[in-house]
Design a protein around this ligand. Structure first.
Ligand SMILES: Nc1ncnc2c1ncn2[C@@H]1O[C@H](COP(=O)(O)OP(=O)(O)O)[C@@H](O)[C@H]1O
Ligand SMILES: [Mg+2]
Length: 216
């Protein structure tokens, strides 16, 4: 059995022109890896490929020991629902619902319980009864992160999760993410252009010249 939660081999993708070629990537439990690179280098595309949302032109991706391109739609759906956590720069909370109701949607779908400790660590526990529209952007972002973690994913893919947060709040979010993967034997793949956030990860790769190079 492989001890990697994600193993990608020889991944290549093009849109109008080649974006990247022959990318190999592995991440094991308790590991955090940052992917940095210039805007347009293909970081988000690579993250979409790793997290089941896009199929590359070439290559293979194994997620939690499943070959993604051999799975049925139902199996992919179940991976997304129970095992994969995705955090974006812009959150998608339901506007008319309270913070708590937003998180409950996720825990109901994944048959999990809300972890109050996570709400406390994100400093949003006192906001649970507030409507989404009454929260600041940074508070909404932390609610959306709590929603992802509350479903207890095995692997988290985060695309510029701290892009709209001040430094102090960004640090707090990184603490929570790193803490989560250590406690749950999970893994974190973080895409960021912020070097101080990347530095918090165990490894840092740079997407450059169509290749993924290890820089830490
Ligand atoms: N669905 C798509 N169709 C065509 N081109 C795309 C698509 N998605 C991204 N691109 C292009 O691919 C390049 C890389 O995009 P992206 O992966 O978002 O880069 P990054 O996240 O590093 O900024 C960009 O030039 C972008 O315009
Ligand atoms: Mg991007």
């Amino acid at each position: 059995m492989s001890h990697f939660l994600l193993e990608a081999s020889n991944v290549s993708h093009s849109f109008d022109y080649p974006l990247f070629n022959h990318i190999d990537f592995k991440i094991a439990a308790k590991e955090s890896v940052a992917i940095v690179g210039r805007s347009g280098s293909g970081k988000s595309t690579l993250l979409h490929i790793f997290s089941t949302f896009m199929k590359p032109i070439d290559g293979s991706v194994s997620l939690l020991e499943h070959d993604l391109y051999a799975l049925s739609d139902g199996d992919i759906e179940s991976l997304r629902r129970y095992d994969v956590g995705i955090i974006f720069q812009f959150h998608y909370l339901f506007k008319g619902m309270s913070a708590l109701e937003n998180i409950e949607v996720a825990t109901m779908l994944s048959h999990e319980q809300i972890d109050d400790a996570i709400l406390k660590k994100l400093e949003i526990d006192h906001l649970m009864n507030h409507k989404t529209s009454e929260l600041s952007g940074g508070e909404q972002q932390r609610v959306s992160i709590a929603r992802v973690l509350s479903k207890k994913p095995r692997i988290i893919f985060a695309d510029e999760p701290t892009g709209n947060l001040d430094k102090e709040t960004a640090d707090l979010v990184m603490n929570v993410l790193i803490d989560y993967i250590k406690k749950t034997d999970g893994a974190l793949v973080l895409v960021t252009h912020d070097e101080s956030m990347a530095e918090r990860c165990g490894k840092v790769y740079k997407l450059e010249d169509k290749m993924l190079k290890e820089i830490k």
